[in-house]
Design a binder for this molecule. Structure first.
Ligand code: ASP
Length: 346
């Protein structure tokens, strides 16, 4: 049984667990007036969020800061060479360059990001230093690399043999087509053009035992993208947004659609107006779908949100999006998101 199936099974078996109760919660309360929870919790996009959550929990479970937790969690898929959509081992752009995007945000609006950075395994940690040690929010390309090197990060080759092989395979058709079905994630099967999953992001949101919320988001973006393309993940308000008074949101999927709709900011503002995390994510997805009904049938976008009370919700365009939840009661829950379309088109 694959890890993914095992986690899905675990989450289905836990149907009566509080985790699914939050996931299904549709109460329309005014999130901004909700008291902050003192129960630590971390949520992440996709099946690889399970391992990321565990690294975050090692900090949260000891009373650590949410910001440290999301950074530690995001570093896990960044180092996973089997993960071809985040960090080292990520699929390159159409010219063979692995370029990474990442952002991090704290409850008080502090934030930092890097876009199209090359040769650095942990862009999330560089993003954190942009936030903490520069007067800026976003550094890109060469400048981001220069900053990382100045801060002591090691320059390395991020293009693994597997990813290079997949790139050469893709070059046979050189057809740019973001995949839409995570069921065919190509762990162990790189280079399957067309059917293989060729993008996905880890977006994480954590609340610590003191009620502080932080978020992180990191990705290698869309495989075979144009050189210089930047997605939603490093754009504050698109791929990630956190407001300590309300909650946070993060996204995965075709970043262009998320940027067009200021997706994560929209989800947080909808929660501020009283929507539950689930309702807010659904409305943000429907904005995308309603503006581009035909195009939306062949793309994936998913949002994940948590309000300051610790309620969690998600919604996606396509079937197949999942999110991982971890707290003191459950460490490895993987929950399938609801979606607009129940069967994938791929
Ligand atoms: N949102 C990412 C990007 O557009 C990719 C993904 O999450 O699927 O770069």
């Amino acid at each position: 049984m694959t890890d993914r199936r095992r986690f899905l099974k675990a989450s289905v078996l836990g149907m009566s667990s509080p985790i699914l109760a939050w996931a299904g919660k549709l109460t329309a309360t005014t999130s901004a007036r909700m008291p902050a929870t003192s129960t630590a919790r971390v949520v992440s996009t996709w099946d690889f969020g399970v391992a990321a959550n565990q690294a975050a929990w090692a900090i949260l479970g000891k009373g650590g800061h949410a910001l440290d937790a999301v950074e530690a969690g995001a570093r896990v898929p960044e180092s996973d060479l089997k993960n071809h959509s985040v960090g080292k081992g990520g699929y390159p752009d159409r010219d063979g360059h692995v370029t990474l995007d990442a952002s991090i945000m704290d409850a008080d609006g502090s934030c930092g990001a890097v876009a199209a950075i090359e040769h650095i395994e942990h862009p999330i940690s560089v993003a954190r230093l942009v936030m903490e040690r520069t007067p800026h929010v976003l550094l890109v390309g060469e400048g981001a690399l220069q900053f990382a090197l100045e801060q002591g990060f090691k320059q390395q080759n991020l293009l693994t043999p597997d990813a290079e092989k997949a790139w050469h395979e893709w070059q046979k058709t050189a057809h740019y087509q973001p995949s839409i079905n995570s069921e065919v994630r190509d762990y162990g099967n790189p280079g399957r053009p067309g059917g293989a999953n060729n993008h996905d992001t880890i977006g994480m949101l954590a609340i610590d035992a003191h009620g502080r919320m932080s978020g992180a988001c990191t990705t290698s973006g869309m495989a075979w993208k144009m050189r210089g393309r930047v997605g939603d993940s490093p754009i504050i308000g698109a791929g990630l947004y956190v407001d300590g008074e309300v909650g946070g949101a993060t996204s995965t999927g075709v970043g262009e659609e998320v940027i067009r709709n200021a997706g994560s900011f929209l989800v947080v503002e909808l929660m501020r107006q009283g929507r539950s995390p689930h309702e807010a994510c659904k409305e943000a997805v429907m904005r995308i779908v309603n503006k581009r009904r035909e195009a939306s049938k062949t793309i994936q976008v998913g949002f994940l949100a948590m309000n300051r009370a610790g309620e969690v919700g998600a919604y996606a365009i396509q079937h197949g999006f999942s999110y991982a939840v971890c707290d003191a009661k459950k460490q490895d829950a993987l929950i399938p998101s609801q979606s607009v379309y129940t069967t994938s088109y791929s």
